[in-house]
Every structure is written in structure tokens, then in C-alpha cells.
Ligand binder design. Structure first.
Ligand SMILES: [Zn+2]
Length: 220
């Protein structure tokens, strides 16, 4: 049985560099989904805790051994954009991230939620895959690389139960996608929680891949 475990973390915030170090320690690859148009953007968690983004050009090596994917240029709600705006938001981000990181192919992770079939059809020619934000309960492989759902946020109350159910499922091939943002470790004081969770995940016989590696193997 093959159990593929994917991590997909969003927004490219300053805490990614410490999270990447932690992941490296446990030899777990992650897909980091970045917005190339928001380097100077700061928002405040709970109205007071500043969430800052990395200067991507200065941060390329932080992500060595991990995957970079597009999260759109400006993190708009995709369903609020016209077809042309949507093509620009994804196409320009992909071009810019390829240039900064020197990578040939990029996937895409949806900012916020609300990515319907109109959005999927416009985005799919621009990227290698689409990771959606909605959760699904089963561990089946996606029907195609443009509808990759997540299985759990890293800090969902029942995340360990879901991971255990994944470990015990007896499909020949299955996959689990865990998502989140590294700023949550800081503002919610969950760094130790996250490290414990990585150890827990590591205790099973999962195959760890980036989302791109998964797509290349199962949707060549
Ligand atoms: Zn995001």
C-alpha cells in the first residue's frame, strides 16, 4: 500500500524560514504557496499581531528542498475577478516566481476559498495543478490534478484522528493533504505543537512528496 502525505502551506510569511528548517530536520518536504505581488503587504492578526511576508528574492535558499507554487499575485478572492483579471493574477505570479526561483513548472494553490469551475478552467492552462482550499473526508487520489482537495488544516481539533484513519485505510494508493500557514505557529504559540505533529506523522509509513512530485508521478 502506498500512502502519500503532502504538506501545503500558504502565503510566504517570514516564519516560513524557521518552519522550513524544522521540516528539513524531519526530512519532510512541503509545498510553499507564495504571492509575488505582496512583499510589502502587512496585515494584523487579531488586529494587533503584524503578519509580514518574505522578500522573495532574498529568501530563495530558505526554500531549498521544498516546492514553490503560485498563490496568485495579490491574494484576491478569485470569484471576484473577471476572466482577464484572473488570467493576469495567476499568469503574472507564475512568471515572476519562475524568474525569482529559477523553477520551470509551477502549481497553484487557491487563495481563500471560492474556486469554482470557471476559475479552474481559466487557471489550468497556466499551471501544472490546482490545490483547492475545501476539505474532503476521503483519501482517494484526486480525479485530475486540477481538483486537489485538502484533508485537514494542521491544527484542526481532530487532525490526529484523521491522520490515524489515513494510516489505517487499506486502499492500494491514497493521499492526505495537510494545509496551514506558518504565522499560525507564532500567533497561536503552536511551534511545539507542530513539531510534535511532524514527529507523529513521521511515525507512520507514509511517503512524503511535494505536490508537484505527486502530480508528476500519478498524473504524468
Ligand atoms: Zn493564502
Amino acid at each position: 500500500m502506498r500512502k502519500i502525505f503532502l504538506l501545503s502551506f500558504d502565503d510566504g510569511v517570514v516564519w516560513d524560514q524557521w518552519f522550513a528548517e524544522m521540516l528539513n530536520h524531519y526530512s519532510i518536504p512541503c509545498t510553499f504557496n507564495l504571492n509575488s505581488g505582496l512583499e510589502d503587504f502587512v496585515w494584523h492578526y487579531d488586529d494587533h499581531f503584524p503578519i509580514r511576508r518574505l522578500k522573495l528574492a532574498d529568501s530563495v535558499h530558505f526554500y531549498d528542498g521544498h516546492e514553490i507554487a503560485s498563490h496568485s499575485l495579490h491574494h484576491h478572492w478569485l470569484n471576484s475577478l473577471t476572466d482577464d483579471q484572473l488570467r493576469y493574477e495567476v499568469g503574472e505570479d507564475v512568471r515572476e516566481l519562475k524568474r525569482i526561483f529559477g523553477r520551470e513548472k509551477l502549481g497553484f494553490a487557491v487563495p481563500f476559498t471560492a474556486c469554482g469551475e470557471r476559475e479552474v478552467e481559466i487557471i489550468r492552462p497556466l499551471v501544472s495543478y490546482i490545490r483547492l482550499s475545501e476539505e474532503k473526508a476521503d483519501f482517494a487520489l484526486p480525479k485530475d490534478p486540477y481538483h486537489i482537495y485538502i484533508n485537514s488544516l494542521y491544527n484542526a481539533p481532530d487532525v490526529r484522528g484523521k491522520i490515524r484513519a489515513f494510516a489505517e485505510n487499506d486502499a492500494a494508493v491514497s493521499c492526505f493533504v495537510m494545509a496551514g500557514h506558518s504565522y499560525e505557529f507564532e500567533v497561536l504559540r503552536q511551534w511545539e505543537y507542530m513539531e510534535d505533529l511532524l514527529r507523529y506523522i513521521r511515525s507512520f509509513d507514509f511517503e512524503f512528496m511535494t505536490t508537484m512530485q505527486f502530480v508528476e508521478e500519478f498524473f504524468p
